[in-house]
Design a protein around this ligand. Structure first.
Ligand SMILES: [Zn+2]
Ligand SMILES: [Zn+2]
Length: 129
């Protein structure tokens, strides 16, 4: 059992998996549903429209997209800036061009590191209820 401060509201809670408390998880789930429903009904919506219409903060929507929880298959206008170059993107932290560039430099770097590398053990923080 781990006692932690909720990252979102600051309350103390028993941490199981997430770094936010159960009340905030429920609230985030609710916001997630609202955004998902809104996007399904408004396929042309931009980020500004979504935040204005749903009241859900941009950061939360972007977080959901980056986490892969919200997938923008049918919403071509919903974009947020790439963390690297600022170009509009719809998935992950970087735009397609940066992802490609980064993965190329990364694979070059990992080729150099290959001999030194050890597999990382999985993080076993899951508590058995
Ligand atoms: Zn909380
Ligand atoms: Zn970029």
């Amino acid at each position: 059992m781990t006692i932690a401060y909720c990252k979102r509201c600051g309350r103390i809670f028993n941490q199981v998996r997430r770094n936010i408390c159960p009340a905030c998880v429920a609230e985030e789930d609710k916001m997630f549903e609202i955004v998902k429903t809104y996007l399904r009904q408004n396929k042309d919506a931009t980020m500004m429209q979504v935040t204005e219409e749903t009241g859900v903060p941009t950061e939360f929507i972007v977080d959901m997209i980056r986490d892969g929880r919200l997938i923008l298959r049918d919403n071509p206008n919903l974009t947020y800036p790439c963390e690297r170059c600022g170009q509009p993107t719809q998935a992950g932290r970087y735009c397609a061009a940066c992802t490609k560039e980064l993965s190329e430099s990364l694979s070059a770097a990992s080729a150099q590191l290959k001999q030194k590398q050890h597999p990382q053990p999985g993080r076993g923080y899951y508590s058995k209820n």
